[in-house]
Design a binder for this molecule. Structure first.
Ligand code: AMP
Ligand code: ZN
Length: 114
């Protein structure tokens, strides 16, 4: 997707602070972290949002969650725990229209947000 910022990051046209990469998945630090550890995990194909996950592309979602387990272990936050968030669409507050999962952690997170 030409005008997708995360596709540009995947292509290497926009720099990112990469923390993990494999055939299916790229993970990089959020440019505007909301807590001590804030990483985004994205599929290496353009899927606009959770509404567009299908039988044909759901392997990417499985690979994202495999990557989350690896990243959190490697970064030393797995044992204390973390939160994974996907924002979908307008009501969900999605600002970048390329499917992504936020990994939030590195400190005690507030209990009053989902
Ligand atoms: P969402 O509101 O779920 O769509 O989240 C989009 C996230 O992408 C926000 O937390 C932004 O801070 C983050 N973001 C936007 N542009 C970049 C970028 N170039 N590199 C890293 N994170 C970004
Ligand atoms: Zn994209």
């Amino acid at each position: 997707m030409e005008d997708c910022i995360f596709c540009k990051i995947i292509a290497g046209d926009i720099p990112s602070q990469k923390v993990y990469e494999d055939e299916y998945v790229l993970a990089f630090r959020d440019v505007n972290p909301v807590c001590a550890f804030h990483v985004l995990v994205v599929p290496k194909i353009h899927i606009c949002c959770a509404n567009k996950i299908t039988e044909e592309n759901s392997l990417y979602v499985a690979k994202i969650f495999e990557a989350i387990a690896k990243i959190t272990k490697a970064e030393g936050i797995a044992e204390d725990g973390y939160r994974v968030i996907n924002n979908c669409g307008t009501h969900g507050g999605q600002t970048v229209k390329h499917l992504h999962f936020h990994i939030l952690g590195g400190e005690q997170l507030p209990m009053n947000i989902l």
